[in-house]
Design a binder for this molecule. Structure first.
Ligand code: 9MR
Length: 471
C-alpha cells in the first residue's frame, strides 16, 4: 500500500469537448498519479467529492447489502423513509422510526446524509392529498419546519422541493395540489427549511433536467437564477439522472452542470441509474462521472440503490453491482474515472459561516504518537477546504507484526466523513474511528502503510489524535 499523495488536478478538459464525448478520450496525465482509491468513496474523496447511494431500511439486515454499502459509499439517501407519507402519516403525528434507522446507520458508519424529500406532489400522506389552498400551504410549511428541525444538524443537503416542473416542451410548473396553492410555494418551502436547519444545504431536485436543450432544464435554470437574484435561500440543484435507452446520458451534460453551477449553486447527481449492461452501460456511467468531475461545484454523485436487485427498476439492471453483489463493468468504469481525478471541489458554499479559516489554525497536536506495542502512527496534513480537510496516517511497524489497528479521535464538532485504504469502525459518539487494514495487516520491521480520511471540521482545525496497536 502506498501513501496517497496530493493529486494534481486535471483542468476542465471536458469543457472543451462536452460531456459524453470526452468520456471516450484517452487522458494522459503529465504528472505522477496518486495512489488509486480502491472504493468509490475513496476515489471520489481524492477530489473532495462524495459518492453515495440510496438505502432502504428494510434491507439493513442483509449482510451483503450493508457490507457493500458501508465499504463503497459515504453519502446516504433514504430511498422512501423520509418522504412526506413516511414522516407524517397522520396530521401532526410524526413517525421518525424508519428515517432514524437510516440516519443512525449512516452516522454510526461515519457517513453523511442527503435528506429526501421535504415537499413533493407525490407520496403525500392521504390526509394531505385531500387538502388545498391556504390550509394545504400551512400544512406543507409545517411539515418542512418539523422534519427539517427534527433532523437539524444531521443532514448534509435537503431536497427541499422535488419534481415541481412539468415534462415536455411547456417549461411550465407541474400541476399539483401544492402548485395550486400559489406559484410561490417553492420559495416558501426553501425559506422554511433554511429557518429550521440553517446548516443544511438546500437543493431543488428533479429528473429530465440533464439535457441543456430541454425546456424543463431551462425552466428550472430560470427559477434558480430568479431565486439567486431575489435572495431566496437555495444552495444546490439535484439532477436525479435516471437514464435508459429512450433517455440516454446527453452529450451536453457537462454544459448543463456548469451552467447551473455558474449561477452560484452546487450541483449534485442525486439518483443516478442507467438501464443496460456491459460496456455500453459502463461507458454511459463513465460519461456522467466525467461530467461531474469536470465541474468544480459538482460536489458528489449518488446512485439510486446498491445492487440491480435493489433497484426500483430492477429489470433494467441499472446499478453498479449485480444481484449477487459482484462489481459490474459499470462499477469499474466509474471507479477508474473517479481515479482519473478532476477539478477539485473548492469551497462548496457551506451555508453556515465557518468560524475560523485556514491560516488561523490552532497549534497542532503532536505529529507523532508512540505506538503501543510495536507500531507507530504518524499524521500528515492533506488538502484543506473551507469546510473540511484531508489527513493521512502512516503506520510504521517497529518490529515485524502480523496485524495492526489505529484509532483516530476527532474533537466535537469535527466529524470524519470519508475514509480510504482501510476498514473503519466507529464508537457510539462518532468521534473515535478505529481503522484496521482491509486485507492482511502483516508488516515487516520498518515497513509502512497509510490510510486517509476527510474531516468536516465545523470550524475546529485541530489535528486528530492517534494511537497504534500491533498484534
Ligand atoms: O425508488 C423509489 C421507489 O422505491 C418508490 O416506490 C418510488 C415511489 O414514488 O420512489 C422511488 O424513488 C423516486 C425518488 O423518490 C424521486 N425520483 C424518482 C425516484 C424513482 O422513481
Amino acid at each position: 500500500m502506498t501513501t496517497p499523495r496530493q493529486r494534481y488536478r486535471r483542468g476542465p478538459l471536458a469543457a472543451a469537448f462536452g460531456g459524453l464525448a470526452a468520456a471516450t478520450l484517452a487522458v494522459t496525465l503529465a504528472v505522477p498519479a496518486a495512489a488509486a482509491g480502491s472504493t468509490l468513496q475513496a476515489a471520489a474523496a481524492e477530489s473532495g467529492r462524495y459518492f453515495g447511494t440510496a438505502i432502504a431500511a428494510s434491507r439493513l439486515n442483509d449482510g451483503t447489502y450493508t457490507t457493500i454499502a458501508n465499504r463503497e459509499f459515504n453519502m446516504i439517501t433514504a430511498e422512501n423513509e423520509m418522504k412526506m407519507d413516511a414522516m407524517q402519516p397522520s396530521r401532526g403525528q410524526f413517525n421518525w422510526s424508519s428515517g432514524d434507522r437510516i440516519v443512525n446507520w449512516a452516522r454510526q458508519n461515519g457517513k453523511q446524509v442527503r435528506g429526501h424529500a421535504l415537499a413533493w406532489h407525490s407520496q403525500q400522506p392521504g390526509w394531505m392529498q385531500n387538502m388545498s389552498g391556504s390550509q394545504l400551504r400551512t400544512a406543507m410549511l409545517d411539515h418542512v419546519t418539523q422534519v427539517a428541525s427534527y433532523y437539524r444538524g444531521k443532514i448534509y443537503a435537503w431536497d427541499v422541493v422535488n419534481e415541481a416542473f412539468a415534462d415536455g416542451s411547456s417549461g411550465a410548473r407541474r400541476d399539483s395540489n401544492l402548485q395550486r396553492t400559489g406559484n410561490d410555494w417553492i420559495e416558501a418551502a426553501f425559506r422554511a427549511a433554511r429557518a429550521a436547519d440553517p446548516g443544511a444545504k438546500l437543493c431543488y431536485n428533479d429528473y429530465n433536467t440533464d439535457n441543456w436543450q430541454h425546456a424543463k432544464t431551462q425552466a428550472v435554470y430560470n427559477m434558480v437564477k430568479d431565486f439567486k437574484a431575489r435572495g431566496v435561500p437555495i444552495d444546490c440543484v439535484g439532477f436525479q439522472a435516471h437514464f435508459n435507452s429512450g433517455n440516454p446520458v446527453p452529450s451536453n451534460y457537462h454544459t448543463t452542470l456548469q451552467n447551473f453551477a455558474d449561477l452560484g449553486v452546487d450541483v449534485q447527481i442525486t439518483e443516478l441509474d442507467i438501464e443496460g449492461s456491459g460496456s455500453s452501460q459502463a461507458q454511459q456511467y463513465q460519461g456522467v462521472v466525467q461530467a461531474c468531475l469536470s465541474v468544480a461545484r459538482c460536489t458528489g454523485i449518488t446512485v439510486w440503490g446498491v445492487r440491480d436487485t435493489d433497484s426500483w427498476r430492477a429489470s433494467g439492471t441499472p446499478l453498479l453491482f449485480d444481484g449477487s453483489g459482484n462489481k459490474k463493468a459499470a462499477y469499474t468504469s466509474v471507479l477508474n474515472q473517479l481515479n482519473q481525478g478532476g477539478t477539485s471541489v473548492p469551497n462548496p458554499g457551506n451555508p453556515t459561516p465557518t468560524p475560523t479559516q485556514p491560516g488561523t489554525t490552532p497549534t497542532p497536536t503532536p505529529t507523532q504518537n508512540p505506538g503501543t506495542g510495536s507500531c507507530t502512527a504518524t499524521y500528515s496534513e492533506g488538502q484543506k477546504w473551507n469546510d473540511r480537510f484531508n489527513g493521512t496516517v502512516t503506520i510504521r511497524a517497529n518490529t515485524a507484526i502480523s496485524g495492526w489497528s489505529s484509532t483516530v479521535t476527532v474533537r466535537q464538532p469535527q466529524r470524519i466523513i470519508a475514509t480510504w485504504n482501510g476498514s473503519p469502525t466507529w464508537d457510539s459518539s462518532g468521534n473515535v474511528m478505529t481503522m484496521r487494514p482491509s486485507g492482511s495487516g502483516a508488516l515487516a520491521a520498518g515497513q509502512t502503510v497509510s490510510f486517509g480520511f476527510t474531516v468536516q471540521h465545523n470550524g475546529d482545525w485541530t489535528w486528530p489524535t492517534l494511537t497504534c496497536s500491533a498484534s
